[in-house]
Design a protein. Structure first.
Length: 147
């Protein structure tokens, strides 16, 4: 793995954390939206990540244990899934969106958890930026060795 691949790996990490931050902001924005039916109520969404492994070159220069110790070469977003936990029904008969029984349904978004996830995602994004800056500084120092 070359030093230049750090930029690709950190870039995929930054992209994944951007997706995570977007879904978190969508969840927080819709935390207090209501509906008169379970089917139309917003459900919290969460991204699903997967490791991207290095492609083997097949030239025999790899490890004897290549399948066990493959180095990750980034992360990808497999998709965004809806949280299937139960919604929050509240008895509010005077609410304009209440159903026949007087219930409105609130999303299954926990704002405290979303805020903690937001802090985690922003720190992970920041860490990837720092990795790119460190790799850039290292490459610049290598270029000055010949002077």
């Amino acid at each position: 793995m070359s030093l230049a691949s750090v930029f690709n790996i950190a870039g995929t990490g930054m992209s994944a954390q951007s997706t995570r931050l977007n879904t978190i902001s969508s969840n927080i924005a819709n935390a207090e939206t209501v509906s008169s039916s379970v089917d139309q109520t917003y459900r919290a969404r969460h991204p699903v990540f997967a490791t991207v492994f290095q492609q083997s070159t097949g030239d025999g220069s790899g490890s004897l244990f290549a399948e066990q110790d493959q180095a990750g070469s980034g992360v990808q977003v497999l998709g965004i899934v809806e949280d299937q936990s139960s919604l929050v029904p509240r008895y509010e008969p005077n609410h304009p969106a209440a159903d026949e029984g007087g219930y409105v349904y609130y999303p299954n978004v926990n704002v405290v958890e979303e805020m903690a996830d937001m802090i985690s995602a922003s720190r992970a994004f920041q860490t990837n930026v720092e990795m790119m800056n460190t790799a850039k500084q290292m490459l610049q120092r290598v270029l000055t060795l010949g002077q």
